[in-house]
Design a protein around this ligand. Structure first.
Ligand SMILES: *Cc1c(COP(=O)(O)O)cnc(C)c1O
Length: 383
């Protein structure tokens, strides 16, 4: 019988390991839903489920009871359709020219955001001889996708809406993570007006942070993404989510430098005195941002060790002087424990969202807490 490789065998082949806790993602989805009792919670799984793996994450959420999923692209929707054949799947980027036939063939729902899209989708429905369900995006402030509020209000009584199968009204919040920004109240009020003008259609407004803006943002369907993956939906306050992503890299070498020795490309860091260094087998080609050079940290034996000099394509140099137990072959944590997504994002001058969606494909991926679905059953998915 063929032996399944263990996660540690896999670490001999790869410089690092990404562990994704599927049970933790399902638990975070439940916690988000519990903020709005009685209101269903969908899941936004665009961008390969924020870098965590669309098929495995979608299957785990489906098993937890999630029935409605949002992705950005048709390609992502087709992948979701394969992983969760019975789910309701919405395509946020809408009806791009040429995508209609495939949307219909795969039973997917575009989020329509312009009159041309409504007309085109209604025509496809007429051709198919049945109503094809879709969502209507109303732009309440982003100026990105969707009908303007006046255009949406003028749709009241328009037979185009039922012909285009509009079964969900949607809008997206501009600054939900900043609860004091007055734009939130304005968007909530405008969306409520549109909803009242188009009665009988369920509505959805809240992303992860929107879930924490109170019941005025909840409507009939929550639509979180980031927080399911452990990002803090309430910045500046304690994170109500469980961490579910851990990125570890192995120490390839330990070395000593003396005062004046320079380290890494362009000698960007100069040792102020004797220091013990560890070189990690992971770099920016693995999705760890080069912008965290000289600013980020990794945890070795519980100690936060500074990243020195410039991050290389395949390697990162750490100061492990404060982690005297560090040895060749040990693992260092780059994301996980006190190095949460939001902190790693700040160190790289960006947001945790970008850290997640940039998660690489070169280290081994290890899924824990999954259900026995084809995608999640494979304990090591080297992608
Ligand atoms: C990405 C996205 C979401 C999810 O946002 P999070 O901040 O990740 O929770 C919800 N709605 C729309 C329209 C989106 O584009």
């Amino acid at each position: 019988m063929e032996q399944q490789p263990t996660p540690d065998d896999a670490l001999a082949f790869h410089g690092g390991r990404l562990t994704v806790d599927l049970a933790g993602i399902a638990e975070n989805w439940r916690r988000l839903g519990a903020e709005a009792p009685g209101i269903p919670c969908a899941a936004v799984v665009k961008a390969d489920a924020y870098g965590c793996g669309l098929a495995a994450v979608a299957a785990a959420l489906w098993a937890a009871g999630c029935r409605t999923f949002f992705v950005a692209h048709l390609s992502e929707a087709v992948e979701a359709r394969t992983a969760i054949p019975e789910a309701t799947v919405y395509v946020l980027n809408g009806l791009l020219p040429g995508s209609g036939t495939a949307l219909v063939a795969h039973g997917l729902r575009p989020v329509l955001g312009a009159r041309e899209e409504l007309v085109e989708w209604a025509a496809l429905a007429a051709e198919a001889g049945r109503i094809l369900p879709a969502a209507l995006h109303v732009d309440t402030g982003m100026n990105r996708l969707g009908l303007s509020v006046p255009d949406a209000l003028s749709c009241a009584g328009d037979p185009l809406l039922p012909r285009a199968g509009i079964v969900l009204l949607m809008s997206h919040l501009v600054s939900a993570e900043l609860p004091d920004d007055s734009v939130n109240a304005r968007q909530i009020a405008d969306f409520a007006r549109v909803r009242a003008a188009l009665p009988g259609i369920p509505a959805s407004l809240a992303n992860s942070s929107g879930v924490y803006l109170g019941s005025g943002a909840h409507h009939d369907l929550l639509r979180p993404g980031y927080a399911m993956f452990g990002g803090n939906p309430t910045p500046g306050r304690p994170n109500p989510m469980r961490p579910v992503v851990r990125l570890e890299a192995r120490i390839a070498q330990i070395r000593h430098v003396e005062a004046g020795d320079r380290v890494g490309y362009n000698g960007r860091w100069t040792a102020p005195g004797p220091r013990r260094l560890a070189t990690l087998s992971l770099g920016y080609a693995d999705g760890y941002p080069r912008a965290a050079s000289g600013r980020g940290h990794a945890l070795v034996g519980g100690a936060a060790c500074p990243i020195l000099g410039l991050i290389s394509m395949d390697l990162i140099i750490l100061d492990v002087t404060e982690a005297p137990g560090a040895r060749r072959g040990d693992t260092a944590i780059l994301i996980g424990d006190s190095l949460d997504l939001d902190r790693v994002g700040r160190a790289a001058g960006t947001i945790g969202y970008e850290i997640l969606t940039g998660l690489g494909s070169r280290y081994v991926r290890h899924y824990v807490g999954g259900t026995a679905t084809p995608a999640a059953a494979d304990p090591i998915r080297a992608r």
